[in-house]
Ligand binder design. Structure first.
Ligand SMILES: *[C@@H]1O[C@H](CO)[C@@H](O)[C@H](O)[C@H]1NC(C)=O
Ligand SMILES: *[C@@H]1O[C@H](CO)[C@@H](O)[C@H](O)[C@H]1NC(C)=O
Ligand SMILES: *[C@@H]1O[C@H](CO)[C@@H](O)[C@H](O)[C@H]1NC(C)=O
Ligand SMILES: *[C@@H]1O[C@H](CO)[C@@H](O)[C@H](O)[C@H]1NC(C)=O
Ligand SMILES: *[C@@H]1O[C@H](CO)[C@@H](O)[C@H](O)[C@H]1NC(C)=O
Ligand SMILES: *[C@@H]1O[C@H](CO)[C@@H](O)[C@H](O)[C@H]1NC(C)=O
Length: 383
């Protein structure tokens, strides 16, 4: 057991179990892996990616994900935005904090209005994972999640995530098993990007980035609490939720549309996006999403085995969170302001366990003898 891990746990939550990794981080408290054109750093808390360095158009290494310089702050952060971590065992919302499995109703924790978000307040993004393998180019984190440690999630789940880098690509592979019971399992890497590393003097906002989702004309309608209603809608070209009709559209292409304020609910308060886009008929290994920024010149291509993508454009960032001043921003006083980042989360249909009509139940319920698999990769290049 490492002293640092014990200290973090004590500060965060007396009941949090410190990690028992077989490896120790570097002097900067992070685990670092690297390959040509890319360097990624991690901590055990939440199996979190803290830094991701890629080349910008000037050949400089820039850190394109959000986080904190002070690694001890992650467990203390009252905002807990789930920065680049794995919020299992069932990510996103569970409508009305309940689900039915084999005729039995299970009650989950209400931590997001009437709904459950990311399995509740003991979600995996709040735990210290164990590092169980480490090479110069890859790292594996493991977690054993006891039955009912997130309320209403019955049966032990063992899971691991392997992050690896090669030639400007960050790859993520997750597996999980549930040896004793059937239980909902749905995972994601909750990655927050600003491809300018907050160094664009014109704007810290995310709206000047471009976004293309070539296979995602359809999206899930959501209510004011960002919970899917069940309806699947199609975005007409040029409308607010369209990122499919042509490459290189500005992320903020609709920001002057009066409906943009409130497009992600909260009775008009949530600006921009916090929803789910379906990936339809994508060939295997196709790039399903391209995020880019003309300012830095960085382009990020996502490939995934998942059937859709959550986009959240950071409307709830209220300017209180500090940036990583060592690698991001124009000066050390800059904060993470509203709509200055985007979280991109490849995952299955949110609340699919409560929507049998979507036919996602088999993919979202894991039982004895089965293995859950999740894979994505981000390849970085220049515009
Ligand atoms: C995950 O757990 C943490 C710690 O209890 C909590 O603060 C956070 O709200 C949870 N995450 C979400 C998004 O529900
Ligand atoms: C880490 O490993 C220890 C020892 O095997 C175990 O007790 C602990 O539960 C593991 N931590 C997690 C998060 O699974
Ligand atoms: C899960 O934990 C809650 C709260 O501790 C308890 O009320 C409930 O009975 C537990 N459920 C099961 C199936 O053990
Ligand atoms: C690295 O990636 C670039 C761009 O995708 C590609 O052109 C190049 O062949 C790759 N190099 C290796 C060694 O795989
Ligand atoms: C730091 O940068 C922000 C964003 O560009 C700016 O609003 C602020 O005035 C700057 N502060 C100082 C002290 O230069
Ligand atoms: C679910 O399956 C049924 C029967 O095959 C089909 O009619 C329906 O369109 C499917 N639903 C979705 C959302 O794909």
């Amino acid at each position: 057991m490492k002293f640092s891990a014990i200290l973090f746990a004590a500060l965060a939550d007396a009941t949090a179990i410190p990690s028992e990794s077989a490896f120790t981080p570097g002097a900067d408290s992070k685990y670092t892996i690297s390959a040509p054109g890319i360097k990624a750093q991690f901590i055990e808390y939440g199996a979190t990616l803290t830094n991701l360095f890629v080349k910008d158009k000037n050949g400089k290494d820039i850190d394109v994900v959000l986080g904190y310089d002070d690694t001890t702050y992650y467990p203390k952060d009252p905002g807990h935005p789930v920065y680049n971590s794995i919020p299992g065992r069932y990510v996103n919302r569970i409508g009305k904090a309940k689900y039915t499995l084999d005729g039995k109703e299970y009650i989950t924790e209400k931590n997001d209005g009437d709904n459950t978000l990311h399995s509740g307040t003991n979600n995996w993004s709040f735990r210290f994972w164990n590092v169980t393998a480490l090479t110069p180019e890859s790292i594996t984190f493991s977690i054993s999640d006891a039955s009912n440690s997130s309320l209403g999630m019955i049966g032990r789940v063992d899971s691991s995530v392997t992050y690896s880098v090669s030639n400007s690509t960050w790859s993520i592979k997750m597996t999980a098993s549930s040896p004793d019971n059937k239980t909902p399992v749905m995972l994601t890497q909750h990655t927050y990007f600003n491809l300018d590393a907050y160094k664009n003097p014109a704007t810290p906002l995310i709206w000047d980035h471009t976004l293309y989702l070539p296979y995602s004309k359809r999206y899930l309608e959501a209510d004011q609490g960002a919970l899917p209603t069940g309806k699947i809608l199609t975005a007409d070209p040029g409308t607010i939720n369209d990122f499919a009709s042509k490459p290189g559209m500005m992320f903020g292409h609709s920001k002057s549309d009066p409906k943009f304020q409130g497009n992600c609910g909260a009775d008009g308060v949530c600006e921009g996006y916090n929803g789910y886009w379906l990936i339809d008929d994508a060939p295997k290994d196709a790039v399903v999403l391209t995020l880019a920024s003309p300012f830095s010149g960085v382009k990020a291509d996502l490939r995934t085995t998942q059937p859709g993508i959550v986009l959240y454009s950071c409307s709830w960032m209220d300017g209180s969170a500090v940036l990583k001043a060592s690698t991001q921003g124009l000066n050390s006083t800059q904060k993470v302001v509203k709509s200055s980042c985007v979280a991109i989360e490849a995952q299955d249909y949110p609340d699919g366990i409560n929507h049998p009509e979507w036919n996602r139940t088999d993919a979202q319920i894991l039982g004895p003898g089965e293995t859950y698999n999740w894979e994505s990769s981000w390849t970085f290049g220049l515009l």
